[in-house]
Design a protein around this ligand. Structure first.
Ligand code: NAP
Length: 345
């Protein structure tokens, strides 16, 4: 089958579209004919070797983290799906308990077939086509787990989401609104109309204004940008405010809770997050870095929101599989509005 394969860590030239053996489903797994696959920053970060501290893959691997497609075979012990079901899933979990995958030559979604554990898959919303469904798993699960589970957003709370126009942000704005929050976000002029349409109550053009000059009294922040944005956002919070980041430094809880790892990684993360945690303490706030986890149950919940028209899927572009490298280069510019999707068929 055709697959986008990472042969060595590096730049865009490190991946190639080539033929690899078709995988077969193991215990509890589904073999899926992939119809579309979503691109995410983790793809180019993996390619560059930027995540090696968390996990260094034994190359080559098939790239790609999420897909939509049709079940073609079920492995031993898998009983939740039948051949012919239209499913979507987050397929690879970096640092999750799915490390068994890593020992195989084939593990990704950028391929004509992939395998996924049935616990990580859900039935596709009937209202979506394959490209729209493939845009959902990684980004929407991340937003849901950060806002509902980690920040525990309640109706009436004020939530700041820096970076609202991208893959995660377009879901995060809508989920925070669904949970009843007042939502402020940042976007350049290129993304302002989009974030407002998705429900943002306040959109600040980060290229023209400093958000900390406009915002005060926020209960929580979901940081999608990291760096200078994360360093500056503490003053917008109430005392006791909570910050969850997916782009800042991982901290010790990340190592234990999200990655299931031991003291060594927790200690390394303790050092890398020290400055951020000290800033949080100075503002009597809390800091947590979240690694999302695959979950068929959470995906089914998201599917129900989509069916109820509570969640719009924002797609920047759908690109033929043959142009996967160009699509990844575009994502890497950091300018995508919503999601970029590869169409396999
Ligand atoms: N830890 C996890 O589990 C996890 C999961 C998912 C994603 N992530 C990480 O989260 C980050 C966001 O992911 P994504 O998929 O949303 O990325 P993305 O789709 O590439 O984000 C692109 C968007 O970011 C906006 N942007 C860029 N710089 C900005 C800034 N300084 N302030 C405000 N907006 C800015 C751009 O808007 P303009 O063009 O208007 O500037 C663009 O629309 C990435 O670092 C990704 O690796 C982590």
């Amino acid at each position: 089958m055709r697959a986008l394969v990472l042969t060595r860590y590096g730049g865009p030239e490190a991946v190639e579209l080539t033929d690899v053996p078709q995988p077969s489903p193991g215990v509890g797994e589904l073999l899926v004919r992939v119809h579309a696959a979503g691109l995410n920053p983790v793809d180019y970060k993996t390619r560059a070797g930027a995540l090696k501290m968390i996990h260094s893959y034994r190359l080559p691997i098939v790239m790609g983290n999420e897909f939509s497609g049709v079940v073609e075979a079920v492995g031993p012990g898998a009983g939740r799906f039948a051949i012919g079901d239209r499913v979507f899933a987050r397929v690879v979990a970096i640092g999750d308990r799915v490390f068994a995958r890593v020992d195989r030559s084939v593990l990704g979604a950028f391929a004509e077939h992939t395998v996924v554990h049935e616990d990580h898959a859900a039935q596709m919303p009937t209202s979506l086509d394959f490209p729209a469904a493939a845009a959902v798993p990684l980004a929407a699960l991340t937003a849901l787990q950060a806002l509902r589970d980690e920040l525990q957003v309640r109706p009436g709370q004020r939530v700041f989401i820096p970076g609202g126009a991208g893959g995660v942000g377009t879901f995060a704005i809508q989920i925070a609104k669904y949970l009843g929050a007042y939502v402020a976000t940042t976007a350049s002029a290129r993304g302002e109309a989009l974030v407002r349409r998705l429900g943002a109550d306040l959109a600040i053009d980060y290229t023209r204004e400093r958000f900390e000059d406009r915002l005060i009294g926020y209960d929580a922040a979901f940081d999608l940008i990291g760096g200078d944005t994360l360093a500056r956002l503490w003053s917008v919070l109430v005392p006791g405010g909570r910050v969850v980041s997916i782009a800042g430094p991982p901290e010790p809880v990340t190592a234990r809770k999200d990655l299931g790892r031991g003291l060594a990684l927790a200690a390394a993360f303790w050092f890398t997050s020290l400055t951020t945690r000290l800033r949080a303490a100075r503002h009597r706030a809390t800091y947590r870095y979240l690694f999302m986890h695959p979950s068929g149950a959470d995906l089914a919940y998201l599917a129900s929101l989509i069916e109820a028209n509570e969640l719009e899927i924002v797609i920047d572009r759908v690109v033929p599989f043959a142009d996967a490298k160009a699509a990844m280069a575009y994502l890497e510019t950091g300018r995508a509005k919503g999601k970029i999707v590869l169409a396999m068929t």
